[in-house]
Design a binder for this molecule. Sequence first.
Ligand code: ADP
Ligand code: MG
Length: 719
Amino acid sequence: MSTKQNVEKLIADINQKAGKKMSIANLFGSNVFNDSVMKKMLPKQIHAELKKVQAGEAKLTLEVANVVAEAMKDWAISKGASHYTHWFQPLTGKTAEKHDSFLSPQPDGSAIAEFSGKQLIQGEPDASSFPSGGLRTTFEARGYTAWDCTSPAFLKEDAAGDVTLCIPTAFCSYNGEALDKKTPLLRSMEAVSKQALRVLAALGNKTSKRVTSTVGPEQEYFLIDKTFFDQRIDLIVTGRTLFGAPSPKGQELEDQYFGAIKDRISKFMKELDIELWKIGISSKTKHNEVAPAQYEMAPIFSTTNIAADHNQLVMETMQKVALRNGLVCLLFEKPFAGVNGSGKHNNWSLATDDGINLLEPGHTPHENEIFLTFLSAVLMAVDTHADKLRAGAANPGNDLRLGANEAPPAIISVFLGTFLTQLLDNMAKGKATRAKGQQFLNIGVDSLPSLPLDNTDRNRTSPFAFTGNKFEFRMVPSSASIAGPNTVLNTIVAESLDEIATRLEKAKDVNKEVAAIVKGTWQKHSRVVFNGNNYAESWLKEATKRGLPNIRSSAEAYAAMANKNAIELFEKYNVLSRKELHSRYEIYLEQYAKHINIEARAAIQMSKTQYIPQVIAYTNELADTINKLKSAGADSSVQANLLEKISALLSSASKKLAVLEANTDKASNIGNMEKKAAAYRDTVFTAQAELRQDIDALEQLLPKDLWPVPTYADMLFNF
Ligand code: ADP
Ligand code: MG
């Protein structure tokens, strides 16, 4: 079913439930300059030219760009737009836009609306304030944006009624070095396409002209009431609670997952769907997640660069629509201690332009040969480059999540399910696979086994799980761009496909060579396969025995993208150069240190200006009460007892606060970025966690109405 048909069905369902009519024709993609609009607005020949450019078969000419720009402008203006922007994704992980009006003043004092091909193709935003890690020298502060014509332009409407034409672009320096997340993603898509086509050709495919990586990112998030959010400095500046005693009720009753959606949330979700559908994002499923106040949205998958653009828009739209409803959407990986954090389940596969999913066990022997080859390529890639995948999923928030409640651990392993595991294992040992009661497909080639028709095993604890016709990378952080992890995924798979293609191209008997490749891959890389419970303590030990890396912190993880091995890999496939990798490493370490610094400063401020003064006030009150009781000859032991406990905690907290302040000052003065990030991780982050213990204990001793900020119970359950 196409995306459009899927959404049609969704809207029909909503209409039926609401007893009203909402028309898909007026809604889905109505704010997108998509192919159907272009077909109507562009001369036939120009449209055909553009399609060729999009397919990578031709270079964009200024003539084509001029015509497309004119049509884009007319379309946007007819929909109320006055401005356009080159929309890009700098290394902050967010999106950036600078609005220019279409208006062009004329000599006679009038003005006309103008938008040229040149303006469409290239922009020059002043880029001096975006992180560049030294790639942009001071004399060349400009950055350049270049139109990504494979991701459709769209209109953004803001609350004030302003409409802006957004043109998805890549962002680079004067020398062509990538300053954004998108450029390497596009390069990695090229790399994987090229190598996959070589493998397909060697396997006898004559029809496919392009292979694209496809992604469907499931987005998890929290919603809380804005009145609570506004009272918490930690949430406002860091996105997470730095303090907070556990609520009496957490997620232990498991009553939230897939539970009935509350009216207020349901209204949010419906508005979100409509906003997303307008910009052509096929929001498909929505449900309550495991933690209280946690939810999930999954779109229908698309080409990776579009999926990455869309996911940025999803996050932005979630935050906007939440505010409209008096809610705040928290995208941080671990906003609340003690309950689940949020991630993105990055569903990934490879598809040909003529509709073959290369990770789908097929109906013919030939299709299964393709499947086993590509499956082997992924296994090889993930085992060889687990450290890079881990780095692709690193951010400060994920450090709190990986290995914590219900999140995959920091060890990368692959879930294949018992059947596939057994099948590959048997192949490697030269045994036939037969399991009772299962239906098999005949693969026809002697050296290759049959495959079951349905492989429905599920495992929710695996960080990298095969789910029937795609892999689900579950380690990806909820607030981050999906461009990074997919750039890594595409590149490492490109490398193994390259190796496989070289072997197949040389082979005399291709079928036999496929069997040998599958066998060899299994023998060498099956250590990365684990079908058991990834949350179990025993897996940690087992993984260590197998020699699988367990990289606990982001500060360490980032290094895997800047070492010799990474430089060789990413340079070989023209995805990222040594300079680009180094600059990214520097930027990510800096962001990591800055994030922990902000957390520490917020914790210090909250302690000094909110918690400690309030606790002091309460101890005064208690002391007065004790004195009054004593002079009245009454029993004051309960009060005295409480005062003693609170005073002890207060004194401990103020000592820890002093340590946190000192450690933060010290870390902030370190010049070397690696040492600085390590200091923040080992001395600041830890000191802050120490302080939290006392403050949380105090929260449990003071009267609730005296506690200066909303509690976990307020935020998680009070809607
Ligand atoms: P599951 O139950 O395994 O999570 P869903 O059908 O709900 O499966 O899909 C989860 C996500 O995976 C959706 O975003 C979906 O569009 C996406 N997906 C499905 N097929 C593919 C594919 N071939 N490539 C990438 N993503 C896919
Ligand atoms: Mg899923």
